[in-house]
Design a protein around this ligand. Structure first.
Ligand SMILES: *[C@@H]1O[C@H](CO)[C@@H](O)[C@H](O)[C@H]1NC(C)=O
Ligand SMILES: *[C@@H]1O[C@H](CO)[C@@H](O)[C@H](O)[C@H]1NC(C)=O
Length: 447
């Protein structure tokens, strides 16, 4: 709903109201509609860049390009951070003797992009073409990352700590991230790891610092500024005290001052954006279990130390519902069906190890408790055999249950699980940022 005055007035100032549907569209609806072509400066830049990149690729000039990559989960933060930095690299060097060609690459497959209603809404607010059409997605990449990597000028990674395996032959030029530093790209510059709510904060701050040092500032479209504010708002709960760092707050204030909303109060703007995008983000009731698994999925290969143990493929899903609720969403509404649907997905994704990180709120005496679950499953039919799978499951099991940073309790139906399946609950704040390194380190050390 365009009920927030600052949103509607900003949009009406630049485009006819008829260009915008008066309600949040359901992803299915968007897919069925013909594409609404973006009208803003930002949309035009994005489309022109995509075209130029594809022209250069066809002409064998991929070595002139830098790909700015978000993570494959493809949330608003990842997408915005990548777009922002690509925009900055190109524009800040435009009139120099050494102009940079940079493009943002969304690593999320096109079919999974529709599973994020908040991205659809934020792109619409920024007057981008619907369906992420202005943006280069991994499915549209004209060449396999493995062979493209070494030909590129380099990559910049945002919102993840190390490039996916398929990009490992690319030169890492810069890293901006708010996860745990895994030591990738030691020579990258800038190379920033900082605990912020939103990775976009780190990128936007660097962009503003560099922009303000230029002899002449390049044009910063208000659609980009508003997208930046949206990304920070949704990851910081509207700049709420508990989840925001000082950098999130300061950077948002600097961005706001340049936007069309500059006369508004920062907190009001950020809370408004968080409410609006947060509502869209939570609108997942129509998704089945398979889509919930795919919606926020991150996977990669991990090498193990021993020559006896092969490289293993690891996947992480983040799902904002409990196991019980997810089971209710399956066709037969039974535990076996959860594992059947999950197995079909992990077979398709070709992962040996899958970890589902669930979170939900439980009402208790009028108070809401935040509960998290970890569902660990190891397959024996992808890259490893049954003995290896048993041993690997035990190694990860031990790493999770003995790590001092979380206290796990077996799930209330744990006794019904099969070998190499486990589900725990916990009430710490540990999400994927904490759990993934524990699992990865355990896999790497597996002998
Ligand atoms: C770059 O050059 C163009 C054309 O001469 C000019 O319009 C623009 O203001 C310049 N931009 C910057 C950032 O110097
Ligand atoms: C928990 O796991 C992380 C990642 O592997 C590790 O760095 C940390 O030392 C572990 N903490 C404890 C108390 O075992």
């Amino acid at each position: 709903m365009w009920s927030l005055p600052f949103v509607s007035s900003a949009l009406l100032a630049v485009a006819p109201a008829a260009a915008f549907a008066p309600h949040i569209q359901h992803p299915d609806q968007i897919a069925m509609n013909t594409y609404e072509r973006g009208v803003g400066h930002f949309s035009e830049w994005s489309r022109a860049t995509k075209k130029e990149f594809l022209i250069d690729w066809q002409a064998g000039k991929e070595s002139e390009w830098i790909l700015v990559q978000g993570n494959e989960g493809g949330d608003l933060d990842s997408m915005t951070a990548a777009l922002t930095w690509a925009y900055h690299l190109g524009h800040s060097t435009l009139n120099t003797s050494n102009p940079i060609k940079a493009i943002a690459l969304l690593q999320t497959p096109t079919h999974a992009l529709d599973l994020r209603p908040e991205n659809q809404l934020a792109l619409k607010n920024s007057q981008m073409t619907s369906g992420h059409e202005d943006l280069l997605t991994i499915d549209e990449l004209p060449e396999d990352p493995e062979t493209l990597s070494p030909k590129l000028k380099g990559i910049v990674i945002v919102d993840h700590a190390e490039p996916l395996r398929k990009w490992q032959k690319a030169k890492i030029l810069s890293i901006f991230d708010h996860h745990v530093d895994r030591g990738a790209g030691p020579d990258a510059s800038p190379r920033i790891f900082e605990k912020t709510a939103s990775c976009t904060t780190i990128v936007a701050r660097q962009m503003l610092d560099e922009l303000e040092k230029l002899d002449e500032e390049y044009h910063m479209p208000h659609e980009l500024l508003e997208l930046v504010l949206s990304a920070i708002a949704i990851d910081s709960g509207g700049l709420d005290e508990d989840s925001s760092s000082e950098a999130d707050i300061k950077t948002s204030a600097r961005v706001l001052a340049r936007s069309n909303w500059k006369k508004k109060d920062l907190n009001q703007v950020m809370e408004g954006l968080d409410d609006e995008l947060g509502d869209a983000k939570k609108d997942l009731g129509h998704l089945g279990l398979r889509d919930l698994l795919r919606r926020d999925w991150k996977s990669d290969l991990v090498d193990t130390v021993s020559t006896n143990t092969p490289t293993v493929s690891l996947g992480f899903a983040s799902i904002p519902y409990s196991m019980d609720y997810q089971i209710d969403k399956t066709e037969f509404e039974e535990l076996f069906d959860w594992f059947a649907i999950h197995a079909a997905w992990t077979a398709e994704a070709r992962v040996d190890v899958s970890v589902c990180l669930n979170r939900y709120k439980k009402d208790e005496d009028g108070k809401k408790r935040k509960i998290r679950e970890i569902a660990l499953v190891v397959r024996d039919d992808v890259r490893i055999d049954q003995d290896q799978a048993d041993s690997l499951f035990q190694v990860i099991y031990n790493a999770l249950t003995t790590n001092g940073s979380i206290t796990l309790t077996p799930w209330h139906r744990a006794s019904e699980l099969a070998p190499r399946q486990m589900v725990w609950t916990h009430e710490s704040d540990a999400g994927r940022k904490v759990i993934r390194p524990i699992v990865e380190d355990a896999v790497m050390a597996w002998e």
